[in-house]
Design a protein around this ligand. Structure first.
Ligand code: TXA
Ligand code: MG
Length: 350
């Protein structure tokens, strides 16, 4: 398949690309588009045949449901059923933005989109291009992250092209994604509501709306054996080609341990990458050192996490050793992605 690629530089001047992309959706095609979390791979959410193509293009298991994207808050009621007061309050507070609400679905949504579940994830993105594109398409857009299944999600158009050129009809590019990790998923079809995936909207923020909201145990524990509730969270994920290891504990001791591990791997003839932070990058003596951002503002770390994992792959390292982060606020989302990237291979320093 020939993929048409267009990058929006100035929204005013390049609106034509959004129109083109929306026409592809109307014709039942696949479009990669930017959002504030990560890039999405979209199709008409109500068109089973179009949605099936998403699963094929990504190599995604059919039992993993898709999130649908809306441009108008009221569409929560158009596609959802029995929407609770808490769901409404959350939407009012955090939409448009990086939060997905799981609600009972109505029969407009075909079974392929929801992977035969009776619920559907709905999100209203804050990214202007995303919203304009959804509006012009005049329908909800089903969209997983725009990567080959299992790989780190793309936060810039270059990575979408890398994974999906030739597999989709249209790639609509724009800026890098602001948040860098996928949306927070909250199941509001049950009480108390449950966070199925941590993301840009933290548990602390959600609790301002409802104190009883809690985090699914399957995503916070150190235990890989507690199965997460969201179907997609059980799969291996965010894996670069290199093996990933994470070192957790007192920062100075971690740096020391990582230096020792890097040295040992290099002695064995392996190419090693170190995922550091601005505060520590100069303390590593060997290996390819890349900083994720500053510990003083973990949003910088979330933003560059996936792109840094992919950058190490570009440099053909065999193993990536990463520092760990505090599991609070946005750090919960960062550590969730890191744990999955390393398959829970965490070296704990006491
Ligand atoms: O930020 C995001 O959410 C991005 C952008 C493109 O919007 N999308 C995204 O989609 O991350 P995806 O497909 O890569 O991840 C969706 C996750 C999967 O883990 C899936 O199992 C879960 O959401 N999910 C979707 N619908 C669900 C439902 N009805 N119940 C429980 N989990 C659901
Ligand atoms: Mg994904």
């Amino acid at each position: 398949m020939k993929t048409k690629i267009n990058i929006i530089k100035k929204l005013e001047k390049d609106k034509i690309f959004i129109d083109e992309a929306a026409n592809v959706i109307k014709d039942g095609g696949l479009v990669v588009f930017p959002t504030e979390t990560v890039y999405g791979l979209g199709a008409n959410a109500l068109d089973s045949e179009a949605v099936k193509k998403i699963f094929i293009a990504k190599g995604r298991p059919q039992d993993n449901p898709l999130i649908i994207h809306i441009a108008d808050k009221d569409d929560l009621y158009k596609y959802g059923k029995n929407v609770s007061k808490i769901a409404k309050d959350l939407a009012d507070k955090f939409w448009p933005g990086p939060m997905t609400l799981v609600v009972e679905k109505n029969n407009l949504i075909p079974d392929v989109t929801s992977a035969n579940l009776s619920t559907i994830g709905i999100r209203m993105p804050s990214d202007e291009v995303a919203r304009e594109f959804i509006k012009k398409s005049n329908v909800a857009i089903a969209a997983p992250s725009a990567n080959i299944s299992g790989r780190p999600s793309p936060t810039d158009v270059k990575r979408c092209i890398e994974d999906l050129d030739g597999r989709v009809d249209y790639i609509l590019g724009c800026n890098e994604s602001e948040v860098g990790v996928e949306s927070t998923i909250v199941d509001v079809s049950v009480y108390p509501p449950c966070v199925l995936r941590p993301g840009g909207i933290t548990l602390e923020m959600l609790k301002e709306v409802c104190q009883d909201i809690y985090m699914d145990k399957g995503i916070i524990g150190k235990d890989a054996n507690i199965k997460p509730k969201a179907p997609g969270m059980k799969y291996t994920h965010y894996s670069p080609k290199a093996r990933v290891r994470v070192v957790d504990g007192n920062l100075d001791k971690c740096v020391e341990k990582i230096n020792e591990m890097v040295h040992n791997y290099i002695e064995k003839g392996l190419r090693v990458g170190v995922m550091a932070t601005d505060e520590t990058r100069n303390e590593y003596k060997e290996g390819l050192v890349l900083s994720l951002g500053t510990r003083n503002d973990v949003s910088t770390i979330a933003k560059s996490l996936f792109s840094t994992l992919r950058e190490f792959d570009d440099k053909h390292v065999d193993i990536i050793i990463s520092e760990a982060f505090m599991e609070e606020g946005l750090g919960v989302a960062i550590m969730n992605r890191l744990k999955k990237a390393c398959g829970f291979d965490i070296v704990k320093i006491i």
